[in-house]
Design a protein around this ligand. Structure first.
Ligand code: GLU
Length: 424
């Protein structure tokens, strides 16, 4: 079921509409509005890569920087066929609001390559990543713009970027990215940080509404890094995970799924997916039906635009906690609000990743590393403060959590711009 309204599907139009709304409600200075309405810098690069059979394939890569008002640009790099300049532009804007809301001293950036990474060998992916790093190297840097993992990129990708950038600079430049392996200067707790943040956000939302966690159920759409770690950490908090899905489809057991067993299954399976998974009491279910299951918490942790005009009325969850970026279209968001479904917006719900990215960057600059408990405790603190600020402001102003989150985030960036003034 795809949304009928194609405009509803434009991540950039949606990001800008949500900024426009916050700006209106804040009565934002028109000069600051004009500055933040457009992106500071965008680069499109052509990437010739020698494939294993000797022929050359040319890919297109992007890096977008929305603003540098509150610090260097920060944001992931995704490998996906749907990556376009427009998509990374929108995602860079979301990163600005996310970093501002959780109060880490970064601004928004995002990058990606239009490629289906499953069709490339590891050597081809390595050559593509090195060429992409080289091509965007003039605009990234530990004080300029710091990439990180995103959809279909991981520690290995970050290692290749670190090495390539270090070779170009002729020095060890670990702080060029976050999400590195711990043995290369990464932070403990980075790999599960987004999922842990989702679970912290879900717990806070339930507690603020007097739910008993041990009697709650959750559904997770997506079983990649964010989905698996969200499911694990949500289950750790006492909720029963009754359904999960990935590209192979959905798996449903009203009595609760064994998430550890499912993760182990994916690890050893050739397709790196849940395809073929079976266990007693587990039924298969379509992705569309999974989203509409009765449950307390629904975590869309796959792609954008999953909850849209055609299924928003069917969603039976009490809470939607957005693990993915932009999983709910604005029309669907309005319907959910109207129906009393509480939506914890992406810029808060999935901010755990960038918070621990910040910790990694700080540790790298100091050359002094924290323990797993220090990382976990500080992540809890950042997420809980941001959640409560957003929640209290939404009560005070009688607005949705998304509007509240955006208003707080925009206000902080606007303050920085007002203080700095306009160059020259
Ligand atoms: N890609 C993640 C996000 O969308 C993490 C970004 C980062 O750590 O810089 O938030």
């Amino acid at each position: 079921m795809m949304p009928k309204n194609t405009n509803e599907n434009s991540l950039l139009a949606n990001a800008q509409a949500s900024f426009d709304k916050a700006a209106r409600m804040l009565n934002l200075d028109p000069n600051i509005y004009a500055i933040l309405r457009s992106n500071e810098r965008a680069l499109t690069v052509s990437l010739p890569v020698e494939m294993d059979d000797g022929h050359v394939e040319v890919f297109t890569g992007y890096r977008a920087q929305h603003t540098t008002a509150r610090g260097p640009g920060k944001g992931g790099i995704r490998y996906h066929l749907a990556v376009t300049q427009e998509e990374v532009t929108a995602l860079a804007q979301l990163m600005t609001w996310k970093c501002s809301l959780v109060n880490v001293p970064f601004s928004g950036a995002k990058g990606g390559v239009s490629v289906d990474p499953r069709k490339l060998s590891e050597n081809e992916l390595r050559r593509l990543t090195r060429r992409y790093t080289y091509a965007i190297s003039p605009i990234i840097g530990p004080n300029t713009d710091i990439p990180a993992p995103d959809m279909n990129t991981d520690e290995k990708t970050m290692t290749w970027i670190t090495d390539t950038y270090s070779m170009i600079k002729g020095e060890s430049s670990g702080e060029i990215v976050t999400g590195k392996p711990v043995s290369l200067g990464g932070s403990v707790g980075r790999v599960n940080a987004t999922g842990l943040g989702v679970a912290i956000a879900a717990k806070q939302a339930l507690l603020r509404n007097d739910y008993d966690l041990d009697n709650c159920t959750a559904v997770v759409q997506g079983f990649g890094n964010v989905g698996t770690w969200s499911a694990r950490h949500i289950a750790d908090r006492g909720l029963k995970i009754i359904a999960v899905s990935d590209i192979s489809g959905g798996y449903y057991n009203p009595k609760g799924l064994n998430i550890e067993k499912m993760i182990a299954y994916v690890k050893q399976s050739e397709s790196r997916a849940l395809e073929g998974y079976s266990a007693s009491g587990v039924d298969s279910i379509s992705n569309d039906d999974l989203l509409c299951l009765p449950c307390d918490v629904l975590v869309p942790a796959a792609m954008e635009n999953q909850i849209h005009l055609d299924n928003a009325n069917e969603i039976q969850a009490k809470f939607v906690v957005e693990g993915a970026n932009g999983p709910t279209t604005p029309g669907a968001d309005a319907i959910l609000n109207e129906r009393g479904v509480i939506v914890v917006p992406d810029i808060l719900a999935n901010a755990g990743g960038v918070v621990v990215s910040y910790f990694e960057w700080v540790q790298g600059r100091e050359g002094f590393y924290w323990t797993a408990d220090e990382v976990k405790d500080r992540l809890h603190r950042f997420m809980e403060v941001a959640f409560n600020d957003m929640y209290d402001f939404s009560l005070k102003r009688r607005v949705s959590l998304r509007d509240s989150a955006m208003m707080l985030a925009v206000q902080r960036v606007a303050e920085a711009i007002a203080l700095r003034g306009v160059f020259p």
